[in-house]
Design a protein around this ligand. Structure first.
Ligand code: MN
Length: 379
């Protein structure tokens, strides 16, 4: 198997620092997107890459087997450093790392940077996004289209450095000669759809040129974040695909069975909100945010806070129930929007929204008795 790789990272058009880090080695490749104030993000993303660089100096088979361990060591390094140095408190990073050996790719991934496979003119995402909106899509609370436009789409549910231990997503795929693997930070995917990436990534034969074209296009579309790409081209003769050795790891995809620590998630959410591209400040996000949603009993209600629910921990509280139930809402699309939470800027706007929904459902606005309770089983 012959690998040709290139990496390119760019600060983008609006940020002053580049907090992304990347590594394109012999058999190991990675992209990390740091989070934290001042220099903390840069420290986190570069620190987390160190164990991967060390691993790349080991025999390829060992690199292949131990890439997730190296990501876990990176987590511990960032976590320990953040504990030691108060100036770096709260730092973290995403990590999307791959090791390639004998025609097989081993992915170890945490966060919302991505790994893509480009094969025969098509594109597929190899990593899953560890974000709130991805979780809401999985749960059927948001459509893919809603998720892509969601203002809180960059809120992470996992990151390196936040806790002593981290759950690393792992998967393996068999490669074919001619495959191109792309690793990238969310600065690319925030402005380019998969289809754009597919089209641009195959325009250039040369890996370095492919990185250039992708980054130039992201900048042409505003470059709102740091942009990092690693392109790996696979060619040549392959040996037999790698299979786990006796006593070694079997290929697997490990997903969290444990409940994610609530406190961590809340801090990650607040951190992400703080640094989330200046879209939101904590104040506007939590004390000046309202949305119209649905309570457990089906009652349409005005909430204060954010329409997200992390590991069972709501970032909102019901403020003003209405006399409308979700069953009375006439259209499916409004019902789905309500279930996801319709965000508004003020309590007045929320009340106007409720009136609009009533009108759209053919219900007279204004005071009316609450709906008959026999629609709901009594408790
Ligand atoms: Mn980013």
């Amino acid at each position: 198997m012959e690998l040709t790789a290139a990496a390119l990272s760019d600060v983008g058009r609006t940020r002053t620092r580049n907090e992304d880090s990347c590594y394109a080695g012999t058999n190991v490749f990675a992209v990390a997107d740091g989070l934290g104030g001042h220099i903390a993000g840069e420290v986190a993303s570069s620190l987390a890459l160190e164990p991967l660089k060390e691993l790349d100096a080991r025999p390829p088979r060992e690199a292949f087997d131990k890439i997730a361990d190296a990501v876990r060591r990176g987590n511990r390094a960032v976590f320990d450093r953040a504990m030691e140095d108060t100036g770096l408190k709260g730092m973290g990073t995403t990590m999307t790392a791959v090791a390639l050996h004998e025609g097989t790719l081993h992915l170890a991934h945490v966060g919302d940077s991505r790994a893509y496979l480009l094969r025969d003119g098509s594109i597929s995402q190899l990593s899953r996004d560890h974000t709130l909106v991805a979780r809401m899509v999985d749960e059927g609370k948001l459509t893919q289209e809603q998720a892509e436009a969601h203002p809180q789409r960059s809120i992470l549910t996992r990151a390196l450095g936040a806790e002593r231990d981290v759950e690393v997503e792992e998967s393996e795929i068999a490669l074919l000669p001619g495959d191109r693997v792309l690793l990238c930070s969310d600065g690319l995917t925030a402005v380019l759809a998969d289809e754009d990436i597919r089209r641009l990534a195959q325009m250039e034969q040369d890996a370095q040129q492919a990185c250039r074209v992708l980054i130039d296009e992201a900048n042409a579309r505003g470059g709102p974040d740091n942009i990092t790409t690693v392109v790996i081209d696979v060619a040549g003769e392959f040996g037999a695909p790698v299979v786990a050795t006796a006593g070694g790891r079997a290929p697997r995809r490990r997903e969290s069975q444990r409940r994610f620590p609530v406190r961590l998630v809340v801090w990650l959410v607040l951190l992400a909100v703080l640094i989330g591209g200046g879209l939101f400040t904590v104040r506007s996000a939590t004390s000046r945010s309202y949305y119209v949603g649905v309570q457990e009993d089906g009652r349409v209600t005005i909430f204060k806070g954010l329409p997200v629910d992390v590991a069972g921990f709501a970032l909102s509280e019901p403020l003003e129930p209405t006399d409308l139930t979700v069953e009375q809402v006439a259209t499916d699309s409004i019902r789905r929007s309500l279930e996801a939470g319709i965000r508004v800027d003020s309590l007045d706007a929320a009340r106007r929204k409720v009136t609009e929904i009533k009108e759209a459902s053919g219900i007279e606005p204004g005071p009316s008795p609450p709906p008959s309770p026999d629609e709901e089983p009594s408790r």
